[in-house]
Design a binder for this molecule. Structure first.
Ligand code: ZN
Length: 403
């Protein structure tokens, strides 16, 4: 259980004072301290199934729903696709189960693409194939926590070659973000990807480390890999775009304006120097999509900004190296990838600002889909990425919990 802290009195006090004092109070009220907060307005797993079935019917079959795999606790992971166009845009949400706006945003985009008879929607369906994997980590989502629900013993049962090895470094079996994993351990699924998509776990590769690839030991990472490989086989090329929808610290602000941000965007954290001859990513040099990823991120930022939301660059140190993230592994295979980081996770903001954040994510995704459809994204100068406002206040957020 998450511990409750006494924020209510501070909130009530803030409501009774002047706007200036209220702004000052906001800094106090905003906290990275885990709390128990309501989340019932978000789409839970049962509601997701109902809504996907409705979309399939209401779209007269334009939205096609299929199983992408099963979570470790046996929940079906869904893949919902719409459109027949040559450009494939793959988007997943809730790979971290306490980061929930992405699922709602995906359902809204599927609804528009699947049911609208507008000329714009028809053009998008003709030019784009949109593939959503909402709630990729349904076990974590139902527990309202970051990790999945899988023990190291279960991994060793599935992969006997790992017998006797210590758990992978991204195994969570203590306390994290106010959640108690001691009796229900799990993995950070977004560290379980490997750029070699046919990789089979090797004993020598665990426990591994953040700057090494993952192993596809979680059924959830396996499900997303299966969707990715299925699209590659069907189209004869990897998906053009992959977007991973996340949440981050609750108190982060836009540098310069100092306003609380809505969504930060990022390209893959893979240091340039490792693409030099003889370095660890040299073999991926030609496939890697740094420029395409930055173009897509700028497009998303423009869409959010023009719709009135507050966007930033996500902090991206030149030496940050996280190949086990889905977006990094897919970018090394030639897919342009973007990270969305909405402000606050459920243990810090609950469902507060849910509607605003969901609309911001939709605005960013819509603009990106449109720019991919028209080809406008290819004319964006990738170097302009650095002109996007930066993020302030992220240092209070645990750096182990990025993306
Ligand atoms: Zn995340």
């Amino acid at each position: 259980m998450r511990k409750l802290i006494g924020v209510m009195s501070a909130v009530l006090a803030a409501a009774l004072v002047s706007p200036v004092a209220q702004a000052a109070e906001q800094a106090v009220v905003c906290s990275e301290e885990p709390q128990d907060l309501p989340i019932h307005e978000f789409t839970d797993y049962r509601e997701l199934q109902v809504e996907l079935a409705r979309l399939a019917r209401a779209s007269l079959g334009r939205v096609q729903v299929a199983a992408a795999g099963r979570s470790n606790r046996g929940r079906t992971i869904f893949r919902a696709s719409v459109g027949t166009g040559p450009k494939v845009v793959l988007v997943s949400s809730e790979i971290h189960g306490n980061e929930k706006t992405g699922t709602d945003a995906l359902l809204r985009i599927l609804d528009y693409l699947g049911t609208s008879e507008s000329a714009h929607a028809k053009r998008l369906r003709r030019t784009i194939t949109f593939v959503a994997v909402p709630k990729l980590n349904p076990d974590g989502a139902e527990l309202d926590r970051r990790g999945n629900d899988q023990s190291w013993a279960e991994v060793q049962q599935a992969f006997p070659q790992l017998a006797g090895r210590p758990p992978a470094w991204n195994y969570i079996n203590g306390q994290q973000q106010g959640d108690d994993y001691r009796t229900k351990p799990g993995f950070d699924v977004n560290r379980d990807f490997h750029p070699e998509l046919g990789y089979v776990p090797q004993a020598a590769d665990v426990p591994g480390s953040p700057d090494q690839p993952g192993w596809y030991i979680t059924p959830e990472a396996q499900a997303l890999r299966a969707v990715y490989l299925g699209l590659k086989a069907e189209r004869g090329k990897v998906p053009d775009v992959y977007v991973d929808l996340h949440h981050q610290g609750a108190c982060v602000r836009q540098e310069g304006s100092n306003r609380f941000l809505d969504v930060a965007v990022d390209y893959p954290p893979l240091p340039d120097r490792f693409f030099e001859p003889g370095q660890k990513y040299a073999k991926y040099r030609d496939a890697y999509t740094k420029d395409e990823s930055r173009q897509l991120a700028i497009s998303a930022f423009n869409g959010m900004t023009e719709a009135g939301y507050i966007g930033t660059r996500y902090p991206h140190a030149a030496d940050r190296d996280l190949p086990g993230q889905a977006r990094c592994s897919f970018a090394l295979n030639g897919t342009g990838t973007v990270l969305f980081e909405v402000r606050g996770q459920t243990q810090t903001l609950g469902q507060q600002h849910r509607e605003r954040f969901t609309r911001a994510v939709v605005a960013g995704l819509n603009r990106m889909i449109n720019d991919v459809s028209t080809g406008a994204v290819d004319r964006i100068d990738p170097e302009k990425f650095d002109t996007i406002p930066g993020t302030a206040g992220a240092e209070a957020f645990d750096p182990r919990l990025v993306a």
